[in-house]
Design a protein around this ligand. Sequence first.
Ligand code: TMP
Ligand code: ASP
Length: 237
Amino acid sequence: MEKCGQLYEGKAKKVFATEDKDLVIVSYKDDATALDGQKKGTIVGKGAINNRMSNHLMKMLGEKGVKTHFVEELTDRETVVKKVSIIPLEVIVRNVAAGSFSKRYGVEEGTSFASPTIEFSYKDDSLHDPLINTYHAIALNLATRQEIEEIKDMAFKINEELKKYFLELNVKLIDFKLEFGKTSTGEIVLADEISPDTCRFWDSNTNEKLDKDRFRRDMGNVEEAYAEMMKRVFGVM
Ligand code: TMP
Ligand code: ASP
């Protein structure tokens, strides 16, 4: 499959058209941003790691009955996926308090929840991705009530599968962000990526952070953390 024209360039990926109107090619960059794009940097090797890890996880989820956009990995950085219209909601699932949850509710980072939580943000950098409740999302025609129910069910199922998967690699899945899209036939599928950019991964013995928080918080050893996650998922790089 060949890339035709570029359709879109986001903060971490580019999207290209293909000769098939229902398929696009995503190309992962090493660019990293935080704070709605205000903080910019490079994480060397990140594009390839996120591409390969996300594909691996989506394949695994597909085998467990989760519909995803994944079609075929082309190269280290490039993957064919179904063309979807992205539902402009960031779907955040949390198992342990961290990040904005800890700040908003004054709950210490690392506090386990009695049960997993979910929240939605309206995907708009210029508004700083504000939290949005499902009534607002329906009122704004971002998704229907049925679609939101389906997305919630999928997100919690994905959480259960990923939690189990990562625990075997000695990694605690603290929280993560998902995006969903609608195909040309109206099917809701998991889209975007699942990677150290979009998940919080803590080592289960030491609680060492193995994800993009090292970049967001200027903690150093960013590349090393991504490489460590790659090693745990694939055995060797
Ligand atoms: P938060 O605690 O900052 O709201 O982040 C929750 C999860 O979502 C965390 O795993 C990181 C991920 N995330 C993204 O993937 N993109 C974003 O723009 C933000 C703010 C968080
Ligand atoms: N996607 C966010 C941004 O660039 C970064 C993050 O993951 O915190 O604003």
